[in-house]
Each structure stands twice: as C-alpha cells, then as structure tokens.
Design a protein around this ligand. Sequence first.
Ligand code: ADP
Ligand code: MG
Length: 657
Amino acid sequence: MGSSVETLEFQAETRQLLRLVIHSIYSNKDIFLRELISNASDALDKLRLESLTDSDLDADTSDLHIELEVDREARTLTVRDNGIGMTRDELVELIGTIAKSGTAGLLEKIKESKDAAAAQSLIGQFGVGFYSAFMVADRVTLLTRRAGTESGTRWESDGEGTYQLEPVDGLPVGTSVILHLKPVDGEDGLADYLSAWKIRQIVKQYSDFIRWPIRMARERTGATGQVTGTDTDADGAGATDGAEAAAPEMDTLNSMKALWARPRSEVTEAEYHEFYRQISRDWLDPAETVHMRAEGNFEYEALLFIPSPAPLDLFSREARGGVQLYVKRVFIMDDCEALMPNYLRFVKGVVDAHDLSLNISREILQHDRQIQAVRRRLVKKVLGAVKTMQAKDAERYRKLWSQFGRVLKEGLVEDADNTETLLELVSAPSTHDPEATTTLREYVGRMKEGQDAIYYLTGETRSVVENSPHMEAFAAKGYEVLILTDPIDEVWVEQVPAFDGHRLQSIAKGQVDLDGASGDEQEADGEKARREQDFAALLPWLGEALSEQVKQVRLSSRLTTSAACIVGDAHDMTPTLEKMYRAMGQQVPPVRRILEINPAHPLITGLRAAHAADADDPALAEIAELVYGGALLAEGGDLPDPARFARLLTERLTRAL
Ligand code: ADP
Ligand code: MG
C-alpha cells in the first residue's frame, strides 16, 4: 500500500491557523478532548440521521458510541467513533481546508493584534476543533471509512504544513483519531493524557452531557504493573482478572443526561433537584426551577435554578455567577457572565445554545446581539418566576427575599429595563407593622387621603431609623414610613423616581408639610408666620454660630418631642451613604445639611429667651453646639469630636445641679 501514499499541503490559511493553535492560543489544553468528542458525537448524529432518511444506506446503528483507548507503550490516545466517517475527498476538504468564509481576513487581524487576549477572542470565531489535537500531540493519525463506501483512508500529519493520505482496506465504518502524545514533561507542561483518571475527569467536566456513550476500557489490576488503580468508583462490578477476561470490560464515562433538552413534562422534580445539586454543589433543593426552550432562528434551552440559601460569597468581590454555557451539549464555560446580569449572580444553571461556535470567547459573547437577546429573555423568566412565587406562596417568597433581596435590589440600580418588575418585588419593613414587611403595592394601598408620596427613611439599623427624630411628625399624624436599612437602599432610592405614579420621598430630606394635607391650610399658614416672627432673631444667629456644620437653620414642622434634627436637601448625600463611602476609602467632601429646630420645645424656647436677654453670652454658642450634636446622635450619626461634646455636656449638667 505504501506506493499509494500521497503528500498534500494544507491550505495556506489552515497552516497559519494550525500554527496559532499549536502555539498556545488556548491556555487550557484539556479542551482538545472535548473537541474530538464533539466531532465524534456529530458524526454519530449524522449517521443516525442519514440512516433514517436514506433507506439504501446499509449502516449498523445499533450501538453508536464513542470509545477512548489508551496505549501506554505506544503513548497514544485514540478517540474512536462508529459514526458517519469521511471519504478521501471529504478528508481533504474538511480537515485539510478551512472552508469558512472570512478566514483570511480574520487571520490578518489576528496577526495584527499585539496582545494575546485579543488574538484569543478573534480565534474564537473559527471552528478550530480538530486542530486542537496538535496542542497535545506531535503527530495525529486518522483512520476513517465513510458509511456506504467500501474502502477507507488513512490520514496523518505532524501539523507542520503537509499531511499524508493513503487508502486502507478493512476499516470499520467510522473514524479513529490517534494522538501520538507529546512528552508529559515537555516545555508546554502538558498533563498526562494517558492517565485514565485525567481522561475521566476531562470527560466529566466537559462532555458529561453528550448523548452518546463515551466508553473506556476499565484498567486491570495486576500483571503489567502499569496501573493507576484510582478508578474503582465506576459503576458495575469490581475489576476482572486479566487472565479470564478476553474482551476488556468497558465503563461508560458520561452520564449522557442532557436534562435541559428533555421536555418539562418528562422530567421529575427529583431529577431537577439532583441535577441542581450536581452543578451547584449545594446540599439543599433549589427554591425555584426555570426550564425553558426557545425555538426559531436562535435556538437554545435553559435550565436555571434559584438556590434556597444564599451562598456565603454573595457579596464578596470574588463572587462568581453560576450559569454555564453549553453549545449543543458540549460544555463551553462556567460563569458565563454574558448570560446573566450581576444582580442575578446567585442563579445557577445551564444554557445550551445551538448556533454558536464551540470556541466562542467571553469577549465575543459579551457583544453578541443574539446572546444579549437571550439574556434579556432569561432575566424576564427568572424575575417572572420570583413574581409568581410572591403571588402564590408568601412564606416561600419571604424566605427568598430574605436571602436574595439585597442582591435583587442591585437590579434597581443596574437594570433600568426591569425597574417596574423589581419594584413590585421589593419587600421592606415599615412603621405599619413592626413584625412584618410590606411591598410597595401594599404600602400604596394604605396611603392616606391626600398623601402623594411614598415616605421612607434610610439608616443603619431598624431601631435607629424608628427612633429618628425625623419620624416624629409622621408617627404623630399616622403616615406610614418605609424603613430601609440595606446599604444598597441608599443608592436605589435615588435612582428610582416613582412607583405606580407615587414619588419616593425621604422624610429626612427637604421640607415637610404634613399640615397641608390635613385641610386647615389657612390656619396653619397663620401659625407658621407667627412663629417665623418669634424666631426672627435666633435663626440667623444660630446659622452663624453653626456655619461650619450646617448650611441653614430653620423651624421644623416634622418634630414633636425632639428639640432638633438635621435634614438634607433633595440631592444631599445621606449620612449613611457618606459613611459607606468613607469606609470604602473614598474621599467625600463633608456634607453641610440643614438644622431644623422645634419651636415648641422648651430647650429651643429657652435658648430664644436667653439669646433675647444677652446675645453675647458665650454659653449660647456652646448650647448651640450641643443642640447640633444631639441631633446628629439621634439620627445615628458620628460626632466629629465626641470628646469635646462630652466635655461640654458634662459642664452644662454640672452647672445645672
Ligand atoms: P467543526 O466541528 O467546527 O466543523 P472541526 O475542525 O472540529 O470543526 O472539524 C471539521 C470537520 O471535519 C467537521 O465539520 C466534520 O465534517 C469533519 N470531522 C471531524 N471529525 C470527524 C469525525 N470523527 N467523523 C466524521 N467527520 C469528522
Ligand atoms: Mg468540531
């Protein structure tokens, strides 16, 4: 047969691509096996399809499978399938050529791009599958016979620009790819792909859901002494004696279960949960399962889960998303951030897209319009599932919100498209019921006649907020106030203008005029004017005395029992937010807010009288400082100089006794 060997050259672009692949385009060499198994799986699909559609094709499809074979002596790893196979001409066309359009242009760009990451993202646009074999092998032999033909072909190449072709008789239908492996301790630092353990691990990781069985002979113990002995966890009986077993016992390495590809109606809850536990490493059942299929010009299946307990790293910088990307049952990547926004990073699951390249890069995914459309749809689905739970099972929803509410609220800042839905989901404590939380919708249902805004107060803890002086008038008049104590609350309330037509209004900001709503407007106005008159001298003096701390001093209509409180203008940073920024090490200019004093409080009326009697009394300035400090403490703020405050207070008290 030697006489009929032909030597052919790879097409020019193929040669360039080969060089790129071999010289470490992929940092992860393990993927060669995924690529070869994927090709074998495609070949099995094709043979099955052809045998169904072509009644003349005489092919045996009774045991379609993929087989992996290790020969330690020869240092070869073989990936064999009994699928469709290739004719000689197909070999030249499919393996010798990159027949994809635009290849040449892309290669130009890759050559021009200086950095490796850019090159890698460009290379993702090729189907370089088969060539990845040359990352781990210095020679590849391919034996193949096309179903429906009589003779086969042997193909061989060292990946250096040429390949040899030779007809071979007596081959079975299908393809064997024989990798002559590079040395393990070579300069590339290759793993030992002769190790059964390593092969099993790669198959489990990347090809578990291939629908065809991937088989490998179970290693025998004894005789040869070349045994790893680490694979005793396989199912079935124990190891066979080398002597009595003529045919090796085969293990199937993959579970073959592409659960997401099965119709919902055919999957049991137990199966969903088992799958969830496999991919999430969670011990518990998920709180919610979303299983969907999209047909049309971009087909995909998605199987997503919302865990029950939040993972511990949810708020750490290293928190990773949980959605894996598959392309036609082949694992592509973990944590596919292009498919799920950051605020849904707790969602776990699988998206299997049918029309993507196996080598698609993260970079390209991020900018792919179809992927963006998939993501929008998935977000809607997940939020829809949460909403349904909220409507149907309040108790389960309460648990879910307690775990993920803080993260979901990040969506109010990140995801303007879904503000409406997210606002419906928000659940917060309020002054209405100290035991329960409320939705905004429920709040709106309880709003008082004439109330147009949804009132809230942010702060560090529930008790600080509840006891804040800002609450007094609202409590006295029976207005409900939302108590927002998550750090993210400080941010989203600023970004969301309104819910259901009602603006969100901080009770610590701006002027409060609750009397206006009650009807007696004229009377209230008259009263107000009289008070302004009474304090005409004190207010400007106080403003001067506290000019470093506040930008204005005015009379308050929000206080009943406290002497004073500090309020912000609509766009002033809240003290909690200021603290958060400082804690993160950011420089924020000190915010000067407004001091509101209670004209009915004895301390304030006393101060007014003392000021009227002797405006130059040095004690007055100290009292002003104490009034301001007390207001700061009451809202949970930090005094700029606590020691000074304590000293002034002690001196005052001593004198009073
Ligand atoms: P892709 O799979 O993206 O097309 P590959 O480089 O992996 O790119 O493979 C190129 C082509 O070679 C495949 O499309 C297929 O037609 C053919 N091929 C590769 N492996 C096999 C195989 N085991 N059996 C039959 N055909 C194969
Ligand atoms: Mg391929």
